[in-house]
Design a protein around this ligand. Structure first.
Ligand SMILES: Cc1ncc(COP(=O)(O)O)c(C=O)c1O
Length: 482
């Protein structure tokens, strides 16, 4: 049975943006899906006719894209049995998929060092703060039915205070507690973006958000940028052409680049958004990992009320296992978000919320400790890379729990696969790109113990040498830009 054209259309997401003939853009997107393992080896692709009908294309366009895939060695066609995926020789068994970075959420194979997941560990300060919570505080909230769709009032009030002190004019009523920032992104997208509408994202962005956008059948297009973030005039042009339903930005500690937008760039982007009126999702999840001095104003302070939804989470600052995040929006949006959340899960778990409410007064201290832990792992990664990397460029990283590497001439997808066989997991650039680009980029998470990070990077550089991209190591030529 061929793979369904409907499902493939969902996975394809945004192939239609960008330059060049349509057949080639379609082939590029299919290529990225095969390389990432989303389309498993031997999978039978939809018939040309079915996919053409589903995508509203001529059959010849799909045929040319399948042919191109064949030329690239990623598909084989047999008379009468259509086209089947051929994953490159040596590729690990799929499917790691567009969710490649989440493939090891349940634990990685024994002996493997996982530098692909960027969730901070539960730091000592968080453990101590949890241990110090009076159990009566939690049992005091074990009351009523336990269904509070907007969240526990004590937590909403505590968060409002903390967010105000971080510069966001939040009130308890403007907050909906969610199961992590991930659910906040999902709910916000469901409310703001009708199926088939366009969403604009940064050139490198959080894959968990891309996954939500694709599954909701949205067209995801990245905003061309430069070293300082998305280009405001490119944003303006795309907004005029595509009339997007939402722009998704991670202004502080972008995942994966670690970049913090400058106040000037943030203002320039806000000025465009004010003119176009496009709704914005301002994802501040990684912000606590940025030095406080780098935190730029929230977009909600630069745009009319009602245009911005701000999302945050206890994951980076306290612990991801608490599964507690939030969204902050205008009254009308909050009403719709609560309705959408009721359909998803009725209400967030109360006991976790009670714990987080008790942790809120300690969040700033915990964030400081989390930054110190990440800094140690980062230093270890940078030192190890500096002594081993020949021509890689570690792009300047302002914040975040990761390093973003440019590997001139290397194929990061192939490298991650070789690295996995050498016992280390890292994440290839295309996972972070709406269009499956950034093949010469690699993200290394810096949340493990420094010694483990060092061993992981040793394995990575061995893999790089083995992959053939690093044929002649020239250690003295290290180019590290931090
Ligand atoms: C930018 C960004 N947004 C959202 C999330 C999801 O966070 P949570 O664990 O709160 O669901 C992450 C997690 O890595 C992230 O980096």
């Amino acid at each position: 049975m061929p793979f369904s054209a409907d499902r493939l259309a969902l996975l394809l997401g945004t192939w239609d943006g960008g330059e060049g003939p349509r057949w080639r853009r379609l082939a590029d997107r299919l290529d990225a899906l095969v390389q990432a393992g989303t389309l498993a080896d031997d999978l039978q692709l939809p018939t040309e006719r079915a996919l053409a009908r589903r995508l509203g294309l001529g059959r010849g366009t799909v045929a040319a894209a399948y042919d191109e895939l064949g030329h690239r060695g990623l598909a084989v066609s047999r008379q009468g049995s259509g086209s089947r995926v051929r994953r490159p020789a040596g590729a690990p068994p799929g499917p790691r998929g567009t969710s490649a970075m989440f493939a090891t959420l349940g634990g990685s194979p024994e002996g493997t060092i996982d530098l692909s997941l960027a969730e901070t560990r539960c730091i000592e300060g968080t453990r101590a703060a949890i241990a110090a919570i009076d159990p009566r505080w939690v049992t005091a909230h074990v009351d009523g039915t336990g269904y509070l769709p907007a969240g526990l009032p004590a937590l909403r009030a505590a968060l409002a205070g903390w967010l105000q002190h971080r510069g966001l004019p939040a009130t308890a009523d403007s907050i909906v507690v969610t199961v992590g920032a991930q659910q906040a992104i999902s709910i916000t997208t469901q409310v703001l973006c009708p199926a088939g509408s366009a969403v604009l994202v940064e050139e490198a962005t959080y894959p968990g958000a891309l996954e939500v956008f694709r599954r909701l059948g949205l067209r995801v297009v990245s905003i061309p940028g430069d070293g300082g973030g998305p280009d405001p005039s490119a944003l303006e042009a795309l907004a005029a052409r595509l009339r997007p339903a939402m722009v998704y930005l991670i202004p502080v500690g972008n995942n994966p680049t670690g970049m913090v937008l400058s106040p000037a760039r943030l203002d320039a982007l806000a000025a465009v958004l004010a003119r176009t009126g496009t709704p914005v999702l301002d994802d501040r999840t990684p912000a606590p990992l940025a030095p406080p001095a780098l935190n730029v104003p929230h977009l909600a302070t630069r745009l009319p009320a009602g245009q911005v939804v701000t999302v945050g989470s206890a994951s980076k600052v306290a612990w991801a296992g608490l599964r507690t995040g939030w969204l902050v929006g205008a009254p009308g949006f909050v009403r719709e978000a609560v309705a959408a959340r009721i359909a998803a899960d009725l209400a967030p778990p109360l006991t976790s919320q009670a714990l987080v409410a008790a942790l809120v007064p300690h969040l700033d201290v915990m964030a400081e400790q989390a930054r110190a832990e990440v800094a140690k792992a980062r230093r270890a990664a940078i030192d190890e890379l500096a002594s081993r990397l020949p021509d890689g460029v570690v792009a300047p990283t302002d914040a975040g729990a990761w390093l973003w590497l440019q590997l001139p001439g290397a194929d990061a997808v192939r490298l991650t696969e070789t690295a996995e066989r050498h016992g280390v997991l890292v994440t290839a650039g295309p996972v972070f790109s709406a269009e499956g680009r950034l093949r010469d980029r690699l993200r290394i998470a810096t949340v493990a113990e420094p010694a483990e990070v060092r061993t992981g990077i040793q394995r990575l550089t061995q893999a790089w040498e083995a992959s053939g991209d690093l044929a002649r190591p020239r250690r003295e030529a290290a180019m590290l830009v931090i």
